[in-house]
Design a protein around this ligand. Structure first.
Ligand SMILES: Nc1ncnc2c1ncn2[C@@H]1O[C@H](COP(=O)(O)OP(=O)(O)OP(=O)(O)O)[C@@H](O)[C@H]1O
Ligand SMILES: [Mg+2]
Length: 253
């Protein structure tokens, strides 16, 4: 029996397969408690296009103006969260959607207001709230909008949010579900990567864009005591009752 935080990428949400939910059911039947954090890149970009706002990224993080923040929350909370809760419900899970800014669930500080705008990094998680849900067999589905002590809402990269939640509730695993089967090196998925290898792959550009926040949040969570992080595909079987399929990030040097 363990606690598993699953970060579901916006890139894959519309394509989650029945194999994915079968794997999830297996995990639950084995006595694991499941917590979701979701992203929503494609949904946000689509809405920004409608508002004629150009998406801008810096090291894989979305630059967030006041307008972008409003659109991000509208989309993440009103559309993406609803979609995932609905899918889980259809597959027999009891799911409850919650915004990270509610009840101080995700508390954040600005990363660098000058270069990124309203983007935060999580400094504290109201894990009592999460514990209450999972003890009742409910799967919380968390939207990565956080709250600053001033009351300002901040956009948080969903990968960082998932790793912070995993760390805070002392989860046994953090799983990043995305649209690729793992980390690709020379067009092949690698089984596992250590910190120094990850750093080299970022430096030489093999790991880029949206994969950067996954590996960096994974490495910092591993250093702070999280035991296992994996990157898996939402299009295939990621867990077959025994083992996992994807790339494992290993904490030690
Ligand atoms: N070495 C790599 N191996 C595999 N994918 C990589 C690699 N480097 C960068 N990527 C990119 O990372 C992407 C996954 O990150 P991305 O941020 O796009 O999706 P996500 O995090 O699952 O969704 P969202 O950001 O909406 O939550 C892949 O689709 C791929 O384009
Ligand atoms: Mg991403």
């Amino acid at each position: 029996m363990g606690k598993i935080v699953i970060k579901c990428g916006g890139s894959i949400l519309d394509e989650l397969t029945s194999e994915f939910f079968t794997g999830l059911k297996l995990l639950q039947e084995q006595g694991n408690q499941i917590i979701f954090v979701h992203g929503g890149g494609p949904d946000i970009n689509q809405m920004l296009t409608m508002y004629e706002v150009e998406p801008e990224f810096y090291n894989g993080l979305r630059k967030t103006t006041e307008q972008t923040l409003e659109i991000a929350e509208l989309v993440l909370s009103g559309r993406t969260n609803r979609k995932l809760v609905q899918k889980l419900t259809m597959h027999g899970f009891q799911a409850f959607g919650i915004n990270g800014s509610d009840v101080g669930l995700l508390q954040a500080e600005y990363i660098d207001q000058d270069s990124l705008g309203f983007v935060g990094e999580i400094v504290s998680v109201n894990n009592k709230m999460i514990t209450n849900f999972i003890q009742d067999g409910i799967v919380p589905v968390i939207t990565p909008i956080a709250i600053h002590r001033s009351g300002q809402k901040l956009n948080v990269n969903a990968d960082y949010a998932a790793a912070a939640v995993a760390q805070s509730i002392k989860a046994d695993q953090c799983i990043f579900v995305t649209d690729v089967a793992g980390i690709m090196v020379n067009q092949q998925v690698v089984d596992s990567l250590e910190k120094t290898q990850v750093e080299r792959l970022i430096e030489d550009g093999t790991i880029y864009g949206g994969m950067i926040p996954k590996v960096t949040s994974a490495m910092s969570a591993l250093e702070k005591g999280l035991s296992s992080v994996m990157i898996v595909s939402g299009k295939a079987t990621f867990f077959d009752g025994n083992g996992w399929k994807g790339t494992k990030i290993i904490g030690k040097e």
